[in-house]
Structure formats: C-alpha cells, structure tokens
Ligand binder design. Structure first.
Ligand code: NDP
Length: 485
C-alpha cells in the first residue's frame, strides 16, 4: 500500500491524518481486496472539524449569495470536467457498473451543486403587513454548523445532495461519508479547493458510524443534522439529537411497492420494473422490491419479467457491457443470502437467480456477487415481504382488486416511494392519493425533478429534502416586526 492510496480527512482546507493515526482498509467489492486506506477518525477529528467550521461560519454566512453561487457553480463544472475520474472511483469503491456511475451518480452530483447554486439567487422573503400597526418581514438565515451523514449506495450523489444546499445558504459543514465508500468524497475536497471554497466551509471526517457519525450527532455545537441511512441508525441519530433540540432530517429505508394493473402498457411496465428492481444491484432506497401484478396479467408478467431479468449481464463493474456489478460488502452479501434462504423457508419459489454465481473473471474471483433474484409464491405478510433487504431481490405477488393492492402496499412499516403502472388516469389519481409513501411514480420510476419534496413517511423518515424544502431546512426563519409610528 503506498502513500498515494491513503485517503485523508479534509479539515480547515487541509488534508490531514486522523488523530488516532489509524486507518481502515477500504475494500473493492468486485475483487474483495483492499485497495486504499480510510482514516479511522474519532471525536478528536470531529472536534477539529467543528472548530474549523465555527471559525469559517461568520465570513461565509456574510458572503453575498452571488459569490457563494459562483463557487458552487465552479465545483459543478469541475466535477463535470473530472466525470471519468469520479465515475471510475465510484465504481471501484461501490461495485456499481462504471456505466451507471458515469450516467447517474456523477452527473447528479454536479446537478446538485448547480441546482442549489442557482436556487439561492431566486429566493423570496415573506412580508406580513398589519394595517396601520406594523410590518413584518421574515429573514431566512443560515443555522451555523451542520452535520451531514450519508450511506454507501449512492455515495457522491447523496452526500452532494446535502452539502450543496447546506453551504449554498451560508452554513458550514462537517460531513461523514460511509466508511465503505469514502473515495469520491475525498476527490470532491480537492475540487472544492480548486474552486476556491474558503477553508473550513466544508470539512470531511472519515471513519465509522459509531466513532465519527455518533460524535457528529452528539456534538453540542452542531445544531442541524441531515442523515440518510438505515432506519435503525436513524433512530440512534434521532435519540442523540433529541435532548440537544437539534433540527434533524432523516431519510431512511424503504420496502417500496411496484403495482402493475392489468390495463398497464405491459412492455413499459416490464422494462420499468426491471430497472426499479435491480438498478445498482437493488441497492437504491427507492427500488421497488415488492412487485404486485393484477391477476389477469400475472402469469404473462412473471414469464416476461423473468426472461428479461435473465438477460441482465452480471460482470466486472469496470466492463462497459456490465448491467449488474458487485454487492457493496461481504456483510451486505451475507444479508442478501440470508433473506433468499428465508424466502425458501417461508414457502417462496425462486423464479430466477438465488445462488451465488461463478466469478465473471479472474480479477473478480473473490468479489461479492449475487444474481438478480425473483421470488414468487410468498405470503404478503411474511418477513421477506416486510423487511428491507437492500439487494437484488424482488418478490412478485398477484392481486385481485384495487382495494386489495392498496392494503398490501400500505401494510409495511416503511413509506418511502411507490410505482403504479396503469393507463387509467382516474385510477392513477385514486391510488396515488391512498398510498402512504412520500413519492408516487405513475408509469415511471426514478424520474427526479430536484425541485420536488423528497422523503419518506412512517419509518422511512422525517422531513423532506429537495428544492425549497432543503433551503428551508438549512435556514432559520426569523421574523422582524417593525411598528408603524
Ligand atoms: P447505515 O444506517 O448503516 O449508515 C448510514 C450512515 O450512518 C453511514 O455513514 C454510517 O457510517 C453512519 N452511521 C452508522 N452508525 C451511526 C451512528 N450511531 N451515528 C451516526 N451515524 C452512524 O446505512 P447504510 O450505509 O447501510 O445504507 C443503507 C440504508 O440507507 C438503507 O436502509 C437504505 O434504504 C437507506 N437509504 C435511504 C435513502 C433515502 O433517501 N431515504 C437513500 C439511500 C439509502 P459507516 O457506514 O461508515 O459505519
């Protein structure tokens, strides 16, 4: 391992070693081998980052929006310039196909910066006039130091979705990417320096959730936390922040229904469902892991869906023709295998997939691969149909009526997203109204307009990200009341 392979923390505009002096191995999922070292930081590093963010805050908060905007636009341009470098790093770090990182993850990261860089130029302040008495206006001011914690599935995409609005409105940030996928956050720091982001505005501390994530959520001078990750971790974050009255946004897990009515355009529904089931090896919080098909089209859907899934090419993520790459870690692979075994015990039939495949090539001999897996015949209320697997596994269940499928869709603890496939517009409106998810897609999946509110209901989260919602979350409204004399 050479010095070049070491990832560093980014604190006060400098690349620094962790206080502990220790590093963790960063594994490439496609090969199962360590390829770089990530700082094993702790509360000392978080403390340094908070100090840097605190010193940087007054000046950054008073930097005119137009100047902040220019810097964020430069960051976006530099990400675009380095698209190939970022995409390759993301693919190696996560196991996702290079083609996906190139077409989805990295372009979305630069869009995030561009979107919020321009959004802050078009904000309005509210005013409330009390006839003859007073005039109120609302200031929206940055909240100070914000803590940003993100997961491993869409590393730069999700971290930049937090960093961009947080710093655009004048906050300074202490961010922690997942220790499993730290590389693109590290590369982003180089770009922030090149773009002229003042030191201390963005600080990135690498390390484990218990050491770094917990230190961020418990830090008394970090008053705002934006967290994306699993529901169990989200609960810990909420508990840590509650006694300190932190403002917290939680984007958590999902068990999303994907509903195909008999009147749907079946070609579109099948193509869309293959994507929504297996994009990024099923490791997208929005993946539709529970497919429901109206009885008259059930057999045809299953036959054609399984045929299409069988054509997905699993392989080395760096190969251009690969559709399905590796699972992010051995732990996650074991979790997927556990649930497929459980599905068998619960009475499910494996229509395709279900067993660990031969490695795609010599380089990937020890990689973490699992094939796209389709399970039929499971009861709606079994564990496999209720618990988040977060891997390339979907179940397909028939239904008889609209009322029945709405009941099935809502009968889980999660409420993140759903898809409905139908050509009946009235039905689409009716079902969308009754489904308990923060996002409902009709005849599509993962169509994302960055202006819309994004988030989950029930155990899928608290609060919304995106557009105006993010600008509001990261600012403090203050009313100024001026008496009329
Ligand atoms: P985790 O909850 O395990 O981790 C998320 C982040 O939290 C990581 O950076 C992790 O660090 C950190 N963390 C772990 N423990 C703590 C702690 N005690 N305090 C503070 N931070 C901590 O989620 P995964 O990384 O496994 O991601 C998968 C999950 O994320 C799935 O449930 C998925 O549905 C959800 N997700 C939700 C999205 C949404 O928008 N709703 C989008 C994408 C994913 P480390 O990993 O380094 O230990």
């Amino acid at each position: 391992m050479t010095e070049l392979d070491q990832i560093h923390n980014f604190i006060d505009g400098e690349f620094v070693r962790p206080g502990s002096g220790s590093y963790l191995e960063n594994i490439e999922p496609a090969t199962g081998r360590a390829y770089s070292l990530v700082p094993d930081s702790d509360s000392r590093d978080v403390e340094s980052a908070v100090t840097a963010a605190e010193i940087a805050f007054p000046s950054w908060a008073h930097t005119p929006a137009a100047d902040r905007s220019r810097i964020l636009l430069r960051i976006a341009d530099l990400i675009d310039r380095d698209l190939e470098k970022f995409a390759r790093a993301e693919s190696i770090d996560t196991g996702k196909p290079l083609s996906l990182a190139r077409s989805l993850d990295i372009p979305r990261a630069s869009s995030n910066f561009r979107f919020f860089a321009t959004a802050i130029l078009h904000t309005e302040n509210q005013a409330h006039v009390m006839d003859g008495i007073a005039f109120n206006y609302t200031l929206r001011q940055p909240r100070g130091i914000v803590g940003l914690i993100s997961p491993w599935n869409l590393p730069l995409y999700l971290l930049s979705w937090k960093i961009a609005p947080a710093i655009a409105v004048g906050n300074t940030a202490v961010a922690k990417p997942s220790e499993l996928t730290p590389m693109t956050a590290f590369l982003l720091c180089e770009i922030c320096r090149e773009a002229g982001l003042p030191k201390g505005v963005l600080n990135i501390v690498h390390g484990t959730g218990p050491n770094v994530g917990a230190a961020i959520t418990a830090h008394p001078r970090i008053g705002t936390i934006s967290f994306t990750g699993g529901t169990v971790t989200g609960r810990k974050v909420a508990e840590a922040g509650a006694s300190l009255f932190k403002k917290i946004s939680l984007e958590l897990g999902g068990k999303n229904p994907n509903i195909i009515f008999a009147d749907a355009d079946l070609d579109a529904a099948i193509a869309g469902s293959v994507r929504s089931s297996f994009a990024n090896q099923g490791q997208v919080c929005l993946c539709g892991s529970r497919v429901f098909v109206e009885r008259p089209k059930y057999d045809e859907f299953v036959r054609r869906f399984v045929e299409r899934v069988g054509q997905l090419k699993q392989g080395d993520p760096l190969e251009p023709t690969t559709d399905q790459g590796a699972i992010v870690s051995k732990t996650q692979l074991d979790k997927v295998k556990f649930y497929v075994d459980l599905a068998r015990e619960e009475g499910g039939a494996i229509a395709v997939g279900g067993i660990v495949p031969e490695p795609p090539n010599e380089r990937c001999r020890d990689g973490y691969f699992f094939p796209p897996t389709v399970i039929t015949g499971l009861p709606v209320a079994c564990r496999v149909n209720r618990e988040e697997i977060f891997g390339p596994v979907v179940t397909i269940t028939p239904f008889e009526s609209e009322e029945e499928v709405i009941r099935y869709a809502n009968d889980v603890e999660y409420g993140l997203s759903s898809s409905i496939w139908t050509l009946n517009l009235n039905r689409a409106h009716r079902v969308a109204e009754q489904i308990h998810t923060g996002t409902v897609w009709v005849n599509c999946w993962l169509v994302r307009d960055l202006r819309v509110p994004f988030g989950g209901m029930k155990q899928s989260g608290v609060g919304r990200e995106g557009g105006e919602e993010a600008l509001r979350f990261f600012t403090e409204p203050k009313n100024v009341c001026i008496a009329r004399t």
